[in-house]
Design a protein around this ligand. Structure first.
Ligand code: UDP
Length: 313
């Protein structure tokens, strides 16, 4: 049995990953989560397996769990959630990764760090390639997350150089799909829930800022390929995202059209340090991860996500 620890296992990405890992009969999966933003209900299916265990704990506290693989996904990721307790967000990034790197070093496990496109900040290079060092504020309202994640990457590479710890670093671009928290304040969940409730869609700023949206199943496929099938010394960082680039207004229009009803938007102020544009360059992932690229376009992904959210309204 391969023992796999997933921190943030009850979160949107973590729980989708746990479900996928349990499909392999030789995997034993341990999800660790403090349920700050994660939800036990995301793990309903996982609890049916006798190869699954849930530990309610904070990744900031050291743990001793023998394992072969660590996926370090623990951290609130939506701006309203990570800004609720910003000091806690930085601690989760930094103390969390230290604890997981210590564990990986002790047991010789491979430690995958879930980094983010936020390390590029408000990018001056477009689309974003891994070699780009970013344009990040170190004292703005997004800094707790952006700098926390940047420091976490730095720690991964220093553990690798100093102690030979086996690491893999992925930079995740905006991801959406089933198991997202409908109330977490991210744009895809907000727009879909608002449209389903017949409320106007809240567009921040002029709505011309862009993001590239990746469907969860494509991300999970990339994660597994990176962990299990990439060259052992391929540490990354590697971008995992969908290169399709859309403005928030385009997204709002798509959601309205799909849900039905009259399209109504209400414009709200743009939050501080909100990146103007973002688009994943995934050529490195394609090269290193056996031709990996997203298979699900925004239209299809939105249909599946709307179906999931419909059941919650
Ligand atoms: N956004 C929006 N309306 C919302 C929530 C977000 O227009 O109800 C915008 C937000 O300002 C940002 C983009 O959508 O420009 C993506 O926001 P999200 O919070 O999903 O992710 P992130 O900013 O971390 O990429």
């Amino acid at each position: 049995m391969k023992r796999i620890l997933v921190t943030g296992g009850a979160g949107f990405i973590g729980s989708n990953l746990c479900e996928r890992l349990l499909k392999e009969p030789d995997n034993y999966v341990i999800a660790l989560d403090n349920l700050f933003t994660g939800r036990r209900s995301n793990l309903e299916k996982c609890f049916e397996s006798d190869r699954f265990e849930f530990i309610e704990a904070d990744v900031c506290a050291p743990v001793d769990i023998p394992c072969d693989r660590i996926y370090n996904a623990a951290c609130p990721a939506s701006p309203p959630a990570y800004q609720k307790s910003p000091t806690n967000t930085t601690k989760t990034c930094v103390l969390g990764v230290i604890n997981m790197l210590e564990l990986a070093t002790k047991y010789g496990a491979v430690m995958m760090q879930f980094s983010t496109s936020e390390v590029y900040g408000d990018p001056e290079v477009h689309p974003q390639v891994e070699a780009y060092r970013g344009n990040v504020s170190c004292n703005g309202i997004r800094s707790c997350y952006d700098e926390g994640k940047r420091c976490a990457e730095s720690l991964c590479f220093d553990y690798n150089r100093e102690f030979g710890t086996k690491i893999k670093v992925i930079r995740i671009f905006n991801t959406y799909g089933p198991k997202m928290d409908p109330e977490d304040g991210r744009v895809v969940s907000n727009f879909i829930m608002q449209a389903l409730r017949g409320e106007p869609l809240t567009v921040y700023g002029d709505g011309k800022q862009t993001r590239s949206f990746q469907y969860i199943d494509d991300l999970v496929e990339g994660i597994i390929r990176m962990m299990e099938f990439s060259r052992i010394n391929f540490t990354g960082p590697v971008n995992l995202g969908n290169p399709g680039e859309f403005t928030m207004l385009e997204l709002a229009e798509k959601v309205c059209k799909k849900v039905g009803g009259a399209a109504q938007f209400v414009f709200k102020p743009l939050p501080g340090d909100d990146p103007t544009r973002r688009k994943a360059d995934i050529s490195l992932a394609e090269r290193e991860l056996g031709g990996w690229k997203p298979a699900i376009c925004l239209d299809e992904g939105l249909d599946r996500t709307i179906e999931y959210f419909r059941k919650l309204v």
